[in-house]
Structure formats: structure tokens, C-alpha cells
Design a protein around this ligand. Structure first.
Ligand code: NDP
Length: 331
């Protein structure tokens, strides 16, 4: 156990310091190297007592837990827990825990570098498809010189499913490159600055206009399996799918059928139902599927630690976290 901070003494003539009870934060993130987090928190807030589950330190002074794929019931060890933060932007691992304590409030870390990294990944995929880079790689292998002018970026429409922290920033970056962007969310976005669609019925109107469809939705009971045959049928022939959200959004067999029938032209996939992607999965060798190993964006402790410190202080003061999660709606 790390020693707690020394009690604050008032200097003669000054107002007496207010003594908060000693509290701690714990990381419940099995099989993860947490030393970068320890270094980042130590540099920012050396007074914070950071613990790592599993340990045998006392548990009744822990105010905040940072969790990632926590074992079912692990959070019950901390009776005074006020806030639980997801280590990453996705919170489907909370929803999948059947034994989640209902006393604390829930939140997630939205690291500015994670958001920026996702936008770069999405822009890279869109530019690659638009400019035909995969085709040139194949022609290079055949030493075949065959220039093919690409249409202007403005003639290309990219649809984004999910206009949250990731989707809105990806839209901003794509628009700065000149692409036409359409976006889809649950609630109408009148102030987005680009054309948006809200609700299930509106999606049918957006899809036929998208040469590239980017999925940046949270995985919930409403969005699981959303990337299926029915959706692919509404896209223009030869469209590209980019899935950087969760593998559970995609119906793998429907994607393979859509590619085989030419209804879709290609797919960029960063996330999979089973990770690592099994060695015998047909996605690995498919000529029109680009596989990346869940690297679209990764939380960076050095930048994300600022939010952990802020949310720890908020938890101790009984305030909600910076990015709250509504367990009822699953994101
Ligand atoms: P947010 O919670 O900020 O945004 C979610 C968006 O999806 C909101 O716009 C929301 O609508 C919309 N949405 C949710 N459900 C529906 C629905 N049924 N129909 C229409 N729209 C819906 O999430 P983030 O942008 O932070 O992250 C999105 C996902 O990206 C994460 O959940 C995670 O799974 C994934 N991710 C993947 C990473 C990777 O490396 N591959 C890295 C980081 C995140 P509304 O605005 O109306 O609420």
C-alpha cells in the first residue's frame, strides 16, 4: 500500500486547513501494465494514493475505481466507491458485468489524444479508399504503371454512425480535408455544421448517399449487429465500410456475402467479435478487407491522467465525473 498524504497543518496566523478524510483510487484492470499510469499520476498529483487490484490493502477508503474488463463482482470489494471510470471510451465491459455495484456513479475517460488518434485512423482509411491506394499496392507488385485520376474529395460522401466524442472529431477532420460528411445519432444535432440524421427511420435516407460508412457507435443492445445485410443493401454499390467501434456491431457473414456479391467494394476493420482475430478467420486473407489489430486509437496515460485526477477530486467531493455514463441507455 502507498502511504497516504501527510496531514495538512495550519501555519500560525493562517486559517486552519480543512482536512479531507484520506481516500484512495484503485485501478481494476487485469493483465495490464499500469506503471505508465502510476508515473503519470505521480507526476501530476503525488498526494493521490493509487492502488492496483488485486491487493490486500484496506478497501474502505477507495473513492474512485478505474476499471477495464473487471472480473464480475470485483468492484464490490470497495464499499465507499463513489465513482467508477472506464479506462477507455467504450463502456460495453460495464454493461457485460452482471454484478456491477449500483451505488457508485459511472463515467469514462475521454482522452484528447485518443479522440485525435481515432480521427487520424478514420481519415487514413477514407483517404486510402478514395485515392485507391490498395489498388496501387497491387499494381506495384505487378510493376504495372496505371495512373487513375481520383474524383475531388468534395464529390465523396462519408457517413458517420455515432456523433459522440469520436464521431464529431472525425467529422471535423474529414471536412477539413474537403470530404462531404453526413452523420447519424439518436438525438437530432441541429448545430453540427453538417447534415445530420437522427433515429432509425432517418438512417435509411442517409445510407444511399455514403460512399464510405464509418461506424463509431457504442456497442449496446440497440446497435449490436447493426452492420448487417439489410444495412449493406442500402449503401451504394461498391461502398466501403470502416468499423473502428466494436466487433459486435458487424455480422461477419453478411459482410463476406456483400463483398462477394460486389454490393460492398471493401472494408477496413479494426475491431472483431473475437480478439485477437482467430488465425483461420476469412477476414485475414480477404483481398478487399484491411485488418488492423484494434489500434485505431489507444488511451494515453500521460494525457488521460489529467481527467483521472479531476474525477478523483470530484468523487471525493461527491460530484459527478466529467464524462458520465448512463447505464440505462448503455453508453
Ligand atoms: P459517445 O458515447 O461519445 O457517442 C456515441 C454516439 O453514438 C452518440 O452520438 C450517440 O447518439 C450515438 N448512438 C448511440 N446509440 C445510438 C443508436 N441506437 N442510434 C443512433 N445513434 C446512436 O461515444 P464515443 O464517440 O466516445 O465512442 C464511440 C465508440 O468508439 C466507443 O463506444 C468505443 O466502442 C469505440 N472506440 C474504439 C476505439 C478503437 O481503438 N477501435 C477507441 C475508442 C473508442 P446521441 O449523441 O444522440 O446520444
Amino acid at each position: 500500500m502507498m502511504p497516504g498524504p501527510p496531514p495538512r497543518r495550519s501555519v500560525e496566523g493562517e486559517k486552519p486547513a480543512i482536512d479531507f478524510p484520506h481516500m484512495a483510487l484503485v485501478f481494476v484492470c487485469p493483465n495490464r501494465d499500469l506503471s505508465p499510469w502510476r508515473r503519470a499520476l505521480q507526476a501530476l498529483a503525488p498526494d493521490i494514493d493509487m492502488r492496483v487490484w488485486p491487493d490486500d490493502a484496506p478497501a474502505d477508503d477507495v473513492a474512485l475505481a478505474v476499471a477495464w474488463k473487471q472480473p464480475a463482482g470485483a468492484l464490490h470489494r470497495y464499499p465507499k466507491l463513489k465513482t467508477v471510470l472506464s479506462l477507455g471510451a467504450g463502456v460495453d465491459h460495464f454493461i457485460g458485468d452482471p454484478d456491477l455495484p449500483r451505488g457508485p456513479v459511472y463515467g469514462r475517460i475521454v482522452d484528447p489524444q485518443l479522440v485525435a488518434g481515432m480521427s487520424v485512423y478514420v481519415a487514413g482509411a477514407v483517404v486510402s479508399v478514395h485515392r485507391g491506394f490498395d489498388g496501387y499496392a497491387r499494381r506495384q507488385a505487378a510493376r504495372y504503371w496505371d495512373p487513375e485520376p481520383a474524383p475531388p474529395a468534395g464529390d465523396w460522401t462519408v457517413g458517420i454512425l455515432g456523433l459522440g466524442a469520436m464521431g464529431m472529431d472525425a467529422a471535423r477532420v474529414l471536412r477539413s480535408l474537403g470530404y462531404t460528411v453526413l452523420g447519424w445519432s439518436t438525438t437530432p444535432r441541429v448545430d453540427a455544421g453538417f447534415e445530420t440524421f437522427a433515429g432509425d427511420a432517418a438512417l435509411d435516407a442517409m445510407l444511399p448517399r455514403c460512399q464510405v460508412l464509418v461506424c463509431l457507435l457504442p456497442l449496446t443492445s440497440r446497435t449490436r449487429g447493426i452492420l448487417d445485410r439489410q444495412l449493406f443493401n442500402l449503401l451504394p454499390r461498391g461502398a466501403c465500410l470502416v468499423n473502428a467501434a466494436r466487433g459486435g456491431h458487424l455480422v461477419d457473414a453478411d459482410l463476406l456475402d456483400a463483398l462477394a456479391e460486389g454490393r460492398l467494394g471493401s472494408a477496413w476493420l479494426d475491431v472483431f467479435t473475437h480478439e485477437p482475430l482467430p488465425a483461420d478467420h476469412p477476414f485475414w486473407k480477404h483481398p478487399h478487407i484491411r485488418v488492423t489489430p484494434h489500434i485505431a486509437s489507444i488511451t494515453n496515460p500521460a494525457t488521460a491522467a489529467h481527467q483521472v485526477v479531476e474525477d478523483y477530486r470530484r468523487a471525493v467531493a461527491g460530484q459527478p465525473p466529467t464524462f458520465p455514463v448512463d447505464l440505462g441507455r448503455e453508453y
